[in-house]
Design a protein around this ligand. Structure first.
Ligand code: NAD
Length: 435
């Protein structure tokens, strides 16, 4: 694999040609990439599952078709970006969306190709060239994407994929002075390094980071729906940035909720992610499992009670962690405040709406929140007070690419989706012309 600076040089050399390519042609090529993804859905799904252990059925039927859609969406959105005109004393102000230059995109392992293409597609559509560095634990589908893009006719140097360790290949890319945008999805500690490197070159940076999102269950909620939403948080073995890992339940229904939740959790099928019947696969890596178990051990030592699970499933080998729910946890404890990134939820109760909001907002994160309530007015009141980039009311994980996605506080800086993506990947220009 060529070294990081060589890829930046390739992206820099290809930039003028790609930036000058008419929008309609760029859009056509992005649709051709989408066609290529659609032709290879099965292969991409198999490879992604082999690489990161997430469910094959969801890669095959959900994720990979969405990857193709990501390219189609941003290709079509590009064509809707108009020139905004304003008039001042007879002068016209014409606002245009110019490509910014070579972009470095750094992505994590939990949803590799999905998250990468939320960045690659708008960056290319905007007329930028790209250097993508996927996570070292899940490198394969990014390289397949490069292959698909070449097959679709994307010119050389427009999309470059670098494989390597974060602290080496990644660090070299984000500190490169020729890079005009850095978009990163990953953890808070890495974000600090990247923001520091970006600051040295004044490179604009977008950060999509971790979370510790709440699920608020009010007594007026449909309890079956609330339980379904809570159990859904174990998807991808809990390795989901948006997961609502803190269950906050109104005291009057807490006992009934917990009983139904435990019964539903016991029905989850844990096993081989390639099997159609599997609900919960392995964690990605032994190191991740040890990290998860460390959080749970320390919480149990501090007085938490395991209502469900509470440790690895050693009978299945060394990658499976049992879906876990911990009660009797203090608000200021590590297990409530820090992102575990595994199938581990906590349970806390509240008596009033104010208390629910206070608990929900009391972490350093602000990525998402989910509400289960039968009262629309309550939903509006509570939503207005929550620190979260996305709030789901009586639903979870519904994502429209036209809408903004991102986090506040330590969950990130900036938003992805629709015009927000183009706002980041473009140098917006205003041209003032005399009458
Ligand atoms: P990570 O921060 O360890 O790594 C992410 C990427 O950064 C990898 O490609 C890695 O190689 C690279 N990297 C590491 N050090 C680097 C450096 N010094 N310079 C440049 N690049 C470097 O994160 P992870 O463990 O792969 O992913 C899990 C984290 O990602 C969790 O915190 C999760 O919440 C977060 N995440 C956030 C979102 C979101 O949209 N907000 C989505 C998915 C995951």
């Amino acid at each position: 694999m060529i070294s990081a600076p060589a890829d930046v040089a390739a992206a820099k050399a290809a930039f003028p040609g790609w930036a000058a390519t008419p929008r309609a042609e760029r859009a056509r090529l992005l649709h051709a990439i989408a066609d290529g993804v659609e032709r290879r859905v099965e292969e991409l799904a198999q490879v992604e599952t082999a690489d990161n252990g997430a469910l094959l059925r969801s890669h095959r039927r959900g994720v990979m078709p969405r990857v193709a859609h990501n390219f189609r969406f941003f290709a079509d959105w590009l064509l809707t970006l108009g020139h905004e005109d304003f008039e001042t004393r007879g002068h016209t102000n014409q606002v245009s969306w110019d490509p910014a230059g070579p972009c470095v995109l750094i992505t994590p392992w939990n949803a590799p190709l999905m998250l990468a293409t939320w960045k690659v597609a708008p960056a290319l559509a905007a007329g930028n060239t790209v250097v993508l560095k996927p996570a070292e634990w899940s490198p394969l589908t990014a390289s397949l994407l490069a292959d698909i893009a070449a097959g679709a006719g994307l010119p050389d140097g427009v999309l470059n994929v670098v494989q390597g360790l974060g602290g080496e290949a990644g660090a070299a890319l984000v500190s490169h002075p020729d890079v005009r945008r850095i978009s990163f999805t990953g953890s808070v500690p890495t974000a600090r390094h990247i923001a520091g490197a970006a600051a040295a070159n004044l490179t604009p940076v977008s950060l999509e980071l971790g979370g510790k999102s709440p699920l608020l269950v009010f007594a007026d909620a449909d309890l079956d729906l609330a339980v379904d939403l809570a159990v859904e948080q174990y998807d991808n073995a809990g390795q989901v940035c948006l997961a609502a890992t803190r269950l906050l339940v109104e005291s009057s229904v807490a006992e009934e909720f917990t009983r139904r939740f435990a019964a539903r959790a016991a029905e989850l099928v844990q096993g081989d992610p390639r099997e159609e019947a599997t609900d919960l696969g392995p964690t990605i890596h032994r190191r991740q499992l040890d990290k998860i178990d460390g959080f749970v051990r320390r919480a149990l030592d501090a007085g938490a009670r395991a209502v469900v699970g509470g440790g690895p499933d050693t009978a299945r080998g060394d990658l499976y962690y049992r879906p876990t729910l911990l009660a009797d946890v203090a608000q200021d404890s590590e297990i409530v405040q820090e992102e575990v990134f595994g199938p581990v939820l906590t349970l806390q109760t509240f008596d009033t709406e104010d208390e629910a909001v206070e608990l929900a907002n009391d972490t350093r994160f602000g990525l998402a929140a989910t509400l289960a309530t039968g009262d629309r007015e309550r939903a509006e009141r509570v939503t207005a007070r929550l620190a979260a980039g996305t709030v789901w009311v009586n639903c979870f994980f519904v994502r429209d690419l036209r809408a903004p996605f991102g986090g506040s506080r330590h969950s990130g800086i900036g938003r992805e989706g629709g015009t927000w993506s183009f706002d980041f990947y473009c140098d917006v220009k205003n041209t003032v012309t005399a009458p």
